[in-house]
Design a protein. Structure first.
Length: 548
């Protein structure tokens, strides 16, 4: 009533804005923000910024950006860009975050928080030289800032510069002797430099601070290179106790076995590395011939190269492989994979083709070429590659699963169903049954048929959230909104950042009359920053719910 009598009093509008933010009355909130904008624009901008900050802290990024976009250009650009950059970081929008923080850098090229963030973002983007450039500028401001030094070391390792990475690791440990990352990086650089004793010492430091599984693996490699088999096996066992059934441990087990001259044990170990190299589980790989042509050094090289590949150090992976002849099949494959990760697809395809010509019985070269074609949008070529291999090796489940998924993407659900059924004849799996149910539901619009397979999947693994998700979709299609809503809510507790899923939760909530929950999930969908098919509808629905 006071505002009605005193419409020109900005303090009254300000108090009402604060109140309406709390009550989530967006119609009233916008009215009084508009009044403030007309009366005192500078004050209105400050209030809008606080409103945007409030929503950002609650991770309601759609609303935060909405109110941020209404602030005039006269407001502090530093504050606007800082908040926008923070939002993009939370949304994991790396390119947008880089653009925003580089605008901040142009405003103040000495700000250490901006320099640190830019170094980190450029590492994530794969711009390692740019990352080291910003990290160096940061360290000129704060020479003893160890997190910045770790970023610089990481950028050097990503770029493949072992010498510089070794030096910065040593510098960090002088300032912080218990720095786990620096100790691990120093161990790794010493290992790559052939200084096994120094590598073991550094890895011990990393392990003493925390039970660092990768340091255990590095320690095992260093002992193996020193021909200390007992300690190599001891630390490999410790790695396995932390990470059981890991393909990397299989490669290192094979290397240790070959160092001892135990070829039978090496064959057994290599057969367990199928997750890394599908040819090892195909049944067509000639293990006797392969192991007889291998030596302990090549096997150790293979374990080290794949360890580096797992870390994301693709340049170092390349450098670690000395024997690059196609006859060294697994080394050749590992190097080619690293080249692909470095964006050298043409070179990778050429190398895979050479390997396929020399060893036509191998699956990996054909599959890898097909995967590159898929990444480039050539799905028909991908299909041809998968079919070529499947005809020779029909029992490789992982490949048939990829083939079935591709058939669905190509809108050939009947063929996808055939592939899923073929897999189920070999092995009952909740994952495959769930995909089969999804195919019937999404591609053939047959919810009753889909329900049969989803229920079977649930009986195998009732805790599988993907199965619950599919069941929720099925019940929604069948008109049982209470069941679907309940399942969506159960899955929503664990799912993060999936806009399309959030929209389904919102739609199910609407069907049961829960408009507040619907608004929450439409807003969640829009707050991810993703580009998703339901975006326009989500905005429309949210606006209708918020501005009743």
């Amino acid at each position: 009533s006071y505002v009605a009598k005193n419409p020109s009093d900005p303090k009254a509008h300000l108090l009402l804005v604060l109140g309406y933010v709390g009550t989530q009355d967006f119609t009233a909130l916008d009215i009084h923000l508009d009044e403030l904008t007309q009366q005192i624009p500078v004050l209105a901008d400050a209030v809008k910024f606080q409103v945007a900050t409030y929503f950002a802290k609650q991770h309601r990024f759609y609303l935060a950006l909405k109110y941020l976009d209404t602030i005039s250009a006269k407001y502090s650009q530093h504050e606007l860009l800082s908040l926008r950059g923070e939002i993009y970081l939370n949304q994991n929008l790396i390119s947008e975050a880089i653009t925003t923080y580089e605008q901040l850098y142009n405003l103040d090229n000495q700000a250490t928080d901006t320099l640190f963030t830019l170094a980190r973002l450029h590492i994530l983007k794969g711009n390692y030289n740019k990352a080291s450039e910003y990290a160096k500028k940061l360290l000129t401001q704060e020479p003893a800032f160890t997190p910045g030094m770790v970023l610089l070391t990481t950028s050097y390792l990503m770029a493949g510069d072992v010498k510089l990475a070794k030096k910065t690791s040593e510098d960090i440990l002088k300032l912080d002797p218990a720095n786990t990352f620096a100790a691990f990086y120093l161990g790794l650089t010493n290992l790559l430099s052939g200084q096994q004793t120094a590598a073991i010492s550094a890895f011990k430091t990393a392990i003493a601070v925390t039970d660092f599984r990768d340091a255990q693996y590095g320690m095992s490699l260093a002992y193996l290179k020193s021909q200390d088999i007992g300690n190599a096996q001891k630390h490999l066992n410790q790695y396995i106790s932390i990470t059981p059934n890991d393909s990397l441990s299989a490669l290192l087990s094979a290397a240790i076995a070959l160092q001892q001259g135990n070829k039978t044990q090496a064959i057994t170990a290599y057969k367990k590395a199928g997750k890394l190299f599908i040819d090892l589980e195909s049944g067509a790989f000639n293990f006797d011939s392969f192991v007889n042509s291998s030596d302990a050094d090549s096997a150790t090289q293979l374990a080290l190269a794949n360890f580096l590949y797992r870390q994301g150090f693709y340049n170092l992976t390349n450098d670690a492989i000395k024997n690059d002849a196609p006859s060294a099949i697994l080394l050749y494959l590992t190097k080619t994979r690293a080249l692909r990760e470095l964006g050298k697809e043409k070179q990778a395809i050429s190398r895979y083709s050479k390997l396929a010509d020399k060893y036509p019985e191998l699956m990996m070269p054909v599959i890898e070429i097909a995967d590159i074609e898929y990444a480039q949008g050539n799905k028909e070529k991908t299909l041809a590659g998968y079919l070529q291999v499947t005809k020779k090796h029909p029992k490789i489940i992982a490949l048939r699963f990829k083939l079935a998924t591709l058939y669905n993407e190509l809108n050939q659900p009947e063929k996808a169903i055939q592939e899923f059924q073929a897999i189920l004849q070999q092995q009952k799996s909740d994952v495959v049954l769930n995909e089969l149910a999804s195919t019937y539901l999404e591609k053939l619009n047959a919810p009753k048929e889909a329900l049969k397979f989803a229920v079977q999947a649930s009986k195998i693994n009732a805790a599988n959230d993907n199965v619950k998700y599919t069941l929720a979709d099925i019940y929604y299609q069948l008109g049982d909104y209470r069941k679907s809503n309940s399942l969506y809510q159960e899955v929503a507790k664990k799912v993060t950042g999936n806009s399309s899923f959030y929209c389904k939760v919102a739609e199910a909530a609407l069907k049961t009359g829960n408009k507040d929950r619907a608004a929450i999930y439409f807003e969640k969908a829009l707050s991810t920053g993703q580009d998703f098919p339901e975006h326009a509808n989500a905005e429309k629905q949210l606006h209708a719910l918020q501005y009743k």
